[in-house]
Design a protein around this ligand. Structure first.
Ligand code: PRP
Ligand code: ADE
Length: 186
């Protein structure tokens, strides 16, 4: 049984149904939301990207920043549709040149993300995108990086929110709005 706080329209229901839930992955007790079943379904992928495009078209967005790895799937098609560039926020040691980084805790471990300093400039209006918000640690770190170079985070966007893990409350501390397509059970 999938928990869903808000009733979904037919399109989002289709997207929701396309996500496979995998119990005990990658660790016992984690109900993993597998978006690869969404991305391999052309209709679900199109509906999902279109929902983001509809949200941000006409919003004067300068940059879409996506979080490694699954933000790299949804970010580039959104950036292309908006006619802006895509900036990757990456796991440690992957980006050349001068970088800044932020550490964060996950539902199943800890990690760090990095950003090329010159990739986003002061005053730019940025949408940060990822597949999922759980504890909000990853998005919180991404917000820190974008704000550190003097840019504004217009909104953080995800396909799935796991409300029980309170990521929304963590992000609220940054004053960055959160937009999600689906709320699902953790
Ligand atoms: O809200 P949080 O508790 O921070 O968790 C959400 C993050 O966890 C997952 O990535 P993961 O770190 O598993 O990396 P991957 O995308 O490289 O598999 C997911 O894609 C988000 O980026
Ligand atoms: N339950 C979950 N499913 C997929 N990705 C995740 N990232 C953190 N928690 C997750």
């Amino acid at each position: 049984m999938v928990f869903q706080a808000k009733p979904l329209d037919d399109k989002l229901q289709y997207v929701s149904d396309s996500i496979r839930m995998v119990p005990d992955f990658p660790k016992k007790g984690i109900l993993f939301q597998d978006i690869t079943t969404l991305t391999r379904d052309p209709k679900a992928l199109k509906l999902c990207v279109e929902a983001f495009v509809e949200r941000y078209r006409g919003q004067k967005i300068d940059v879409v920043a996506g979080i490694e790895a699954r933000g790299f799937i949804f970010g580039p098609p959104l950036a292309m549709a908006l006619g802006v560039g895509f900036v990757p926020l990456r796991k440690p040691g992957k980006l050349p040149g001068e970088t800044i980084g932020a550490e964060y805790q996950l539902e199943y471990g800890s990690d760090r993300i990095e950003m090329t300093v010159e990739s986003i400039t002061k005053g730019q209006n940025v949408v940060i995108i990822d597949d999922l918000i759980a504890t909000g640690g990853t998005l919180g770190a991404a917000v820190q990086l974008v704000e550190k170079v003097g840019a504004k985070v217009h909104e953080a966007a995800c396909v799935v929110e796991l409300p029980e893990l309170q990521g929304r409350a963590k992000l609220k501390a940054t004053n960055v709005p959160l937009f999600v397509l689906l709320e699902k059970a953790a």
